[in-house]
Design a protein around this ligand. Structure first.
Ligand code: N0T
Length: 522
């Protein structure tokens, strides 16, 4: 035990995003952390609403809760700051043993400044809005307005300064400056101020990043010029807000995206232009070095779209964080698909009992029953979360979600082993053809824990681990299949699976079952 004087000096490390070999980890308390998230509804950022937040969290059991902090609530009058809600939130989060992600609803909240204080959002002159090509004024604020940036930055700095002194425990592990920033209804700002910048030279950092020759925006980017220009300025604006905040207290910061359709995107402005959509991730990387990652908000129910989005945001230069996803049943299974792409976290949106439903994006209602598939995700993974986060950083976590009409999936685990996942088969015996589940709700997660050894969990699925070499497969056998759980990162054995429980594969229903599987050959 260190002497008291020593202990006082060792403070809890500040959370941090690290990268190695093209993979990423969010370090919390100095170790890789898997963010099992839940985001509250937009207007649940008041003490009265928190009373309806915690009962839902007690059912879902996330390890991290994402909550808005609105500019209008911390600086209702210019220069007068109030952090009462944040202090209440910190206290209650600690009582409920969850970490927090704070969402800074300010210049952009889904395109508009509605969460900015009245002295900002009602003053077009001091805080100018985006002007369309035909001269209309939109509700979206211009990213080129220096006074808006100064005002947002100033408030954000005060927030981070307050947080630094109020949270030595590091209850808050990340901050999201702005929310789905960008503009609906125009590809960019066409005000005289913006037009002047648009006719000027593309910044050197962007020219270099995109491997282009210098010149004005139109010349360098042609048909993409309007959108890339807006993305650059929105990103650079947020970067300056983040940098100022980090100078006070350097928590990891990310920007979330209102996605465009991955296959038929339409035109910028039809989707939110200037946000970190999949086509401008490089623009953001060049414009916003203080932003740790770009995160998709995935409300697409279709398998192809969801998986494509995961693939596009999981990059060697971008850690995958599903900042928001739908809270309806079909979305739950994608948790394992995200983990299979080294996600550092995943978070369904709209988790509270305020009786708001954002259907069709999410479920028609919130109840313990509607939360159950999501609660199952976290029951299965939470005991092993620390281990999985470490293994993920080493590229050893594999996961998949059921695709409708595709009852069999194969995952390559390593050079020696594949996993074959079958959906819709009974737990006993073999059947000629697997039908798939009546609706696709199955998923599987497999992590390599040692040589020929795996941690396996799943639901509504059969998992077989099969040797890649058919000669080996013909002689393979289980050395041992243990069911158990982790307590304080230590494996706790419960029983051995054998006989009917292993003869037809490892069959998972909706039970809370975690297996350690050791394979061998005879
Ligand atoms: C999300 C959420 C919240 C018909 C929607 C998604 C959250 C924001 N926006 O509940 O407003 O704050 O980040 C926009 C997705 C639009 C898809 C429309 C398809």
């Amino acid at each position: 035990v260190a002497p008291k004087s020593e202990m006082r000096r060792t403070e809890t490390p500040i959370p941090k995003l690290v990268s190695k070999n093209g993979r990423h980890a969010l370090l919390v308390d100095g170790e890789p952390f898997l963010l099992l998230g839940a985001q509250v509804n937009n207007s649940s950022n008041y003490p009265a609403a928190l009373e309806k937040v915690w009962p839902a969290m007690d059912v879902l059991k996330p390890n991290t809760v994402m909550v808005p902090i609105a500019w209008e609530q911390i600086e209702p009058q210019e220069g007068m700051f109030n952090f009462a809600f944040l202090d209440t939130l910190l206290t209650q989060a600690r009582q409920h043993d969850v970490r927090l992600v704070l969402l800074w609803f300010a210049t952009w909240k889904n395109n508009g400044p509605n969460y900015a204080p009245a002295w900002v959002k009602l003053d077009n002159k001091r805080f100018p809005r985006v002007i369309t090509a035909d001269g209309k004024t939109l509700n979206s604020l211009s990213p080129l307005a220096a006074q808006t940036l100064e005002a947002d930055k100033k408030a954000f700095v005060r927030l981070m300064r307050h947080l630094k002194q109020a949270d030595p425990q590091r209850t808050v592990i990340m901050v999201q400056p702005q929310n789905e920033p960008g503009t609906y209804g125009a590809p960019r700002d066409f005000s005289p101020l913006a037009q002047k910048a648009f006719d000027g030279a593309v910044p050197e950092a962007l020219v270099r990043k995109m491997g282009k020759q210098g010149g004005d925006w139109k010349r360098v980017f042609g048909g993409d010029a309007d959108e890339f220009f807006h993305a650059w300025h929105v990103a650079h604006y947020i970067d300056q807000v983040a940098a100022a905040g980090k100078a006070e207290y350097p928590l990891p910061m990310y920007v979330n995206a209102a996605l465009r359709d991955p296959f038929t995107p339409g035109l910028p402005g039809q989707y939110e232009s200037g946000g970190p959509t999949d086509n401008v991730l490089d623009v953001y990387k060049a414009a916003a070095p203080n932003i740790d990652l770009l995160a998709p908000d995935i409300y697409m129910r279709e398998y192809d779209k969801y998986i494509t989005v995961l693939d596009r945001y999981s990059r060697s230069d971008n850690a995958l964080l599903v900042a928001e996803t739908g809270n309806d049943v079909p979305f739950a299974r994608y948790f394992f698909a995200a983990l299979g792409r080294q996600a550092i976290g995943w978070s369904p949106f709209g988790i509270d009992y305020t009786r708001y439903s954002n259907w069709p994006l999410g479920a028609k209602g919130m109840s313990p029953e509607s939360l159950e598939p999501f609660a199952l995700n976290y029951r299965l993974v939470r005991p092993a979360a620390r281990l999985l986060a470490k293994l993920s950083y080493e590229g050893k976590v594999h996961g998949t979600a059921e695709q409708g009409g595709q009852p069999i999936q194969t995952l390559k685990l390593n050079e020696r082993w594949n996993a074959v996942i079958t959906y819709g088969v009974p737990q006993f015996w073999f059947r000629g053809e697997a039908p798939g589940n009546p609706t696709p709700i199955g998923a599987a997660l497999i992590a390599e824990t040692g040589v020929d050894e795996f941690l396996v969990t799943a639901y509504h699925a059969r998992v077989n681990i099969v040797a890649a070499d058919p000669d080996v497969a013909a002689r393979q056998i289980y050395d041992r299949v243990e069911e158990g759980t982790y307590e304080n990162d230590q494996w706790k054995f419960q029983r051995i699976w054998n006989g009917d429980q292993t003869d037809y594969g490892l069959n998972f229903s909706n039970g809370t079952q975690l297996l350690r599987v050791k394979l061998a050959t005879y």
